[in-house]
Design a protein around this ligand. Sequence first.
Ligand code: HEC
Ligand code: HEC
Length: 275
Amino acid sequence: MKRKGKLFVVPFLMAFMLVAVGCEDKYVAKGHKAYSRYCAPCHGDTGNGSGYNAKNMDPVPRDLTDGDEDYMAKLSNDEIFEVLQLGGYGVDLSGGMPVWGKVFSEEELWSLVAYVRTLHPNEENEIVFTKPDSKEALFNTKRVRYPMVREQKFDELLESLAPDEEAFDEQVAVGEEIYAEVGCNACHRVNGEGGTLGPNLSAAGFMLQPQFIFRWIMNPQSFVPKTRMPNLDLNEADALAISLYVSTLKEASLQNEVLQEDGDAEDGDAEAGGV
Ligand code: HEC
Ligand code: HEC
């Protein structure tokens, strides 16, 4: 009798666990998956801020686990949503925290908030994703697809904003400033400074046309849908200035740095995971 009893209990328990995991954590699991690919390079796998890209950053990525202080615990769900949607630059924090509002759907953003909430103790309400007693989603589940920027757009802007050499040089100087403000340097290295999540741009001017750089940074997902480079929601004038600046980067002695960074790049691929 005893033995038989145990055999009955085990499948019951397993079924119960599957149901519990299946319902409760669906959105948290979705958020976790996106986090591993898009956020972990900076915030670390455990959320403590120790991603491989963090060592190149100032300020450093937030410790989402509240290891040393109660910081995340004091933020509301809405505040976390807002910083994901608008980026650090959009809420008067550092541009090193990218903008994600033009990459993910509303539901994916809330799933990320739900996952981030599991990383630190907090007393906020659980996020509700569906209407009570139905499966109807409360948030928009579709990603918005923005059209690829037209080639002519660049030529038009160049003509109006940088018609002569002097204006061009001014645009390059402005571009260098905005490049840092909006956080390009969080992921890209130029002349020995900046992150390694994206390729080193020190010699980008040899390889990339400003027109392509402009169209890429305005909408990376229109070229590579699953790229880890976010659409930073740049306005056209800023994007033009940045693209002219990047097209002037022609560091000749890049070779040493590339060799040195190979290790980092491999870390990155290993940690990035699928999706
Ligand atoms: C390129 C590195 C980088 C990536 C990628 C990144 N973050 Fe951040 N994040 C930062 C930095 C830097 C800060 C600190 C900004 C500050 O305090 O000025 C930050 C801050 C935050 C904060 C705290 C905001 C606040 O109000 O203080 C949250 C929450 C957060 N990130 C979540 C995420 C999530 C979720 C993702 C992925 C979708 C992500 N981050 C991707 C660098 C990054
Ligand atoms: C969160 C990290 C991140 C941020 C922020 C970021 N990038 Fe990127 N960038 C990447 C990654 C990753 C790639 C590689 C893209 C791929 O192939 O999927 C990339 C690629 C590029 C490329 C090369 C495209 C090519 O096809 O060779 C350029 C140029 C570039 N980024 C410029 C910028 C500029 C300028 C900014 C700021 C407006 C910026 N990036 C912000 C991560 C980032």
